[in-house]
Design a protein around this ligand. Sequence first.
Ligand code: SF4
Ligand code: SF4
Length: 296
Amino acid sequence: MIVAVASGKGGTGKTTVAASLSWVWKRPVFAVDLDVEEPNLHLFLKPRFTGRRTATLEVPLADEARCSHCGACAELCQFKAITVLGTVRLTFPEMCHGCGGCLAVCPEGALAPGRRELGEVLWGRVRGEIGLCMGQLRVGEALSPPLMRAVIAQARELALRDGADLVIDAPPGTSCPAIQAVSPADLIVLVTEPTPFGFHDFRLAHEAFLPLGKPMAVVVNRADLGEEDIHGYCRRLNLPVLAEIPHDRRIARAYAQGTVVAAELPERKDLFDRLATEILGHGDVPRPLPEVPSHA
Ligand code: SF4
Ligand code: SF4
């Protein structure tokens, strides 16, 4: 099973939930941090890293001697990563998305595959039991989805060996990386809080993920703060609320100290145990309604 823990905005408790969920998971599990721009799941789970590799993207390398400056590559590249101006051809590897199209259309064979470093994929184990896989985007690298793909591929390969499930900590928001992070999931767990900002961004995330047609469920963090009607919204849209985490200074302190709430606060462990049980029974989680009603 692959479960993605996501949120419409940062700071809602998504990583707190992902870390505790991995901690109490009742089957072999790999925690996967797909927030490759700012990974922090490892700061809570504190794995012993056992492997790492550099992830790269295939970018074109030009052979000046062969280039006839026909312009076919520039015409094809929708990312403007190659430009031909008269007898000058310029390549911008940092703008390349690695589609390989220019190499395929070059009539002179003047482009060969080169490599751009994206960052690192790292993996290890927590307490010898929980696997962890994460990515760390290279400083200055703007394109995170290819590294995310490398992380999820590595996690799948490792999990397959152990027969493990994946708990993905997705990047916050509704942009391309967030959508990509939840795409492999069997269930998306949206973490939100009943504040105006939290509710607003939760609805955006829900709407953004709806076209994927994945089952979704909700965890309300700091549930006794704010007055937004998250439950009413969820009822109308067939979104089960699987857990409510109360506003508790000890949880905030555990987070600030970089510890796992389910491990640090035994009295809160039950909550995550129940959440894990609910998620593992996700067959009962209804599909989201296909459209967001205007009154929602
Ligand atoms: S397609 Fe090949 S030959 Fe034509 S401009 Fe590009 S690199 Fe040069
Ligand atoms: S590989 Fe694709 S994205 Fe990169 S320069 Fe060639 S056509 Fe553009």
